[in-house]
Design a protein around this ligand. Structure first.
Ligand SMILES: NC(=O)c1ccc[n+]([C@@H]2O[C@H](COP(=O)([O-])OP(=O)(O)OC[C@H]3O[C@@H](n4cnc5c(N)ncnc54)[C@H](O)[C@@H]3O)[C@@H](O)[C@H]2O)c1
Length: 425
């Protein structure tokens, strides 16, 4: 079976998805990108060029999503890679038209928007997958396997700290300055941190946070200045918003300090800011009764390490002895040169990036073929988003919030304005 799909949103992440699609087709050919759509014709044509160059088949370029849905009769699926505020709208239209959907992270603009997507998928009996890429890095798979094998004993503390500094707007993208567009580093990048915390530590009970916009006046800087790794993917990108006077006021939260109580009883800290001039700090650790797991920086190829109370460090192939049964699945192994077990790997960022996206495609296609849940479906997509909104809701109210209350919608004061602006109020 070949899954014919269309992609809407041909900006920076759209081009990265095109590279992931091309990579995926090197090891399995059961998917075909039939059409691409972006408000900006040149952006859609750019993606079509890349795909044609690599596969010999040119997806048809559209500038209107509904027109694409109407005209592309043979579509099985739609992939949503637009700005976050459009995810629910395109996903629901596609699901109602009987298509399976994969959406970029964060799953939706708010919990309400995401719940509408989940309901639409259930009603249409179609797959809804969230393209959460970080956990698919083999080094995060190894980190999880080490925890599950008891390599650090009982995990009781997790730290996830990402401090960076810039007076630029994230990715030089206007929508990323806006609260109503789910912009800001805490939401847009933090959802990866949230997903990994849930992946490694299990369910979250309660969150208590302080949040702020510490640096509201932001400049548009080039992607080379903002994120050199990603600059080449954003060179073709056009934005609907006018860039005025070289900058804009950011109302999206740029700083969050959160403490978390997991369902297991473990505690954790999620700290994110991009308002730290000239200073960076990062820590991704899980601490347990028998040792500390120093997590791999996602998409670096650098392996995790385990530190023990006696000062020793376990790394490299010695880690694999702690997880004798751990293996990468067939398709991931095929992408990583046939290796099923590895404690690190060397690869340029771009290659890692397209391989983890290729895994998302593989999982999506297999979920469709086998009528099974995707690895990150509506439930996990909403939990990761819910954890971030729990941080933002707690920051808004100054009170601890339960993740379950955020997911049920009973705690939603921070999201109220966003829902209203999007017509979801
Ligand atoms: N998983 C990751 O590592 C990762 C990284 C970056 C972005 N993302 C996510 O991917 C999504 C896109 O981010 P991006 O960086 O590519 O943003 P972007 O601004 O570069 O691209 C968004 C594209 O969507 C298009 N678009 C917007 N409204 C549209 C409409 N109505 N019809 C057709 N096209 C429309 C825009 O014209 C633009 O080209 C976001 O949800 C973001 O959070 C994920």
């Amino acid at each position: 079976m070949t899954v014919n799909f269309a992609m809407v949103g041909c900006g920076g992440m759209g081009l990265r998805h095109a590279m992931g699609y091309i990579e995926a087709r090197r090891t399995f050919e059961s998917l075909n990108l039939a059409a691409v759509c972006d408000l900006h014709e040149a952006a859609a044509e750019r993606i079509a060029d890349e795909v044609e160059k690599a596969t010999g088949r040119r997806p048809k370029a559209y500038t209107d999503f509904q027109r694409m849905l109407e005209q592309e009769r043979g579509l099985d699926a739609v992939e949503v890679v637009t700005d976050t505020r459009m995810h629910h709208s395109f996903a629901i239209q596609a699901l109602e038209a009987g298509k399976h959907v994969m959406t970029e992270k964060p799953m939706g603009l708010t919990i309400r928007a995401s719940q509408m997507m989940a309901d639409a998928a259930k009603k249409a009996d179609r797959i809804l997958s969230v393209a959460e890429n970080f956990r698919r890095d083999p080094m995060n798979r190894l980190g999880k396997a080490l925890i599950e094998a008891g390599a650090i004993g009982r995990p009781y503390l997790a730290l996830d700290i990402a401090v960076s500094g810039s007076d630029g707007i994230m990715h030089g993208t206007a929508w990323r300055a806006s609260k109503n567009a789910a912009g800001g580093i805490v939401m847009d990048a933090g959802v990866h941190n949230a997903d990994l915390l849930l992946y490694l530590m299990g369910g979250v009970d309660t969150v208590h946070a302080q949040t702020a916009v510490l640096r509201p006046s932001r400049e548009f800087k080039s992607m080379t200045q903002m994120n050199a790794n990603l600059a080449k993917f954003y060179a073709h990108r056009e934005q609907a918003e006018q860039r005025t006077q070289g900058g804009m006021e950011q109302d999206a939260i740029d700083s969050a300090f959160a403490v978390i109580r997991f369902e297991s009883g473990a505690i954790g800290q999620l700290t994110m800011t991009d308002a730290s001039p000239g200073y960076r700090l990062g820590a991704e650790t899980v601490h347990g009764s028998e040792g500390t797991l120093v997590r791999s920086p996602s998409r670096s190829g650098k392996g995790p390490e385990i530190r023990r109370q006696d000062g020793s460090t376990i790394k490299g192939d010695a880690l694999l002895k702690l997880v004798p049964d751990w293996r990468l699945d067939d398709k991931t192994a095929a992408l990583w040169g046939g290796h099923r077990r590895m404690a690190s790997y060397e690869m340029p960022f771009e290659e890692i990036d397209r391989k983890v996206i290729a895994i998302e495609y593989q999982d999506f296609v297999e979920a469709i073929e086998n009528q099974r849940e995707p690895e990150v479906g509506p439930e996990d997509g909403m939990k990761a988003l819910g954890l971030l909104y729990a941080v933002l809701e707690s920051g808004e109210s100054g009170k601890p919030v339960k993740l379950s209350d955020v997911l049920s919608g009973s705690v939603s004061a921070y999201q109220r304005g966003i829902n209203e602006a999007a017509g979801l109020g």
